[in-house]
Design a protein around this ligand. Structure first.
Ligand SMILES: [Fe+2]
Ligand SMILES: [Fe+2]
Length: 191
């Protein structure tokens, strides 16, 4: 076995000292998450899906609008990552983003990201044979207005090639801050 790797082949044969090693190995892996997230965001630049801007630029515009509007760091990072699922889960992209963010953000921000696809549909579902008012199923939900506002102000206007968005590098420190392992530990302690 290589250095730093356990020797068991089946979990049922693992020992306490194996799990000490595995737990130690998990910490740097978790610390590296922001880098993997940023790399995945770069993948979004390779497709535009027919829109006037590519998928990364759409995310940058959404986050820049939220930032310029004075939203806090956590909200801005949610805005940046809201379509990160476009590549790996085109049929459920909002769920993928919400799942990634869930351990690091407030329940209201998680809900907003998770439901943004349905709320965004208000602007186009009627053109593709769907009900633009699908979001109305959540009309009485405590975070309806929050999510409606996210789509109206930041998500739906962000397909504009003329818009001056911040760069992905500008957002990297915020992504590192919000998706940091320390924050995860603090939030875990709160739960
Ligand atoms: Fe989306
Ligand atoms: Fe979007």
């Amino acid at each position: 076995m290589g250095q730093g790797q356990v020797s068991f082949r089946r979990l049922e044969d693992s020992t306490a000292s194996d799990w000490e090693l595995l737990t130690q190995a998990f910490a740097p892996f978790l610390d590296d998450l922001p880098n993997r997230i940023i790399n995945q965001m770069r993948e979004l630049a390779h497709d535009h899906g027919g829109f006037a801007v590519n998928r990364l630029e759409h995310c940058l515009q959404t986050a820049t609008r939220a930032y310029n509007d004075g939203r806090d760091e956590e909200y801005v990072v949610c805005a940046l990552l809201h379509d990160i699922g476009d590549i790996l889960s085109p049929a459920a992209h909002a769920d993928l983003a919400a799942t990634i963010l869930k351990p690091y953000v407030s329940p209201e921000n998680h809900w907003m990201v998770e439901k943004h696809g349905i709320f965004q549909g208000y602007y186009f579902f009627h053109y593709i044979g769907l009900d633009r008012n699908m979001r109305d199923q959540f009309r009485d939900h405590q975070w309806f207005e929050r999510t409606e506002e996210f789509c109206e102000k930041y998500d739906q206007p962000s397909f504009d090639p003329e818009f001056e968005s911040m760069s992905l590098d500008d957002f990297v420190p915020m992504v590192r801050q919000i998706l940091s392992s320390d924050r995860l530990r603090t939030k875990g302690a709160e739960a």
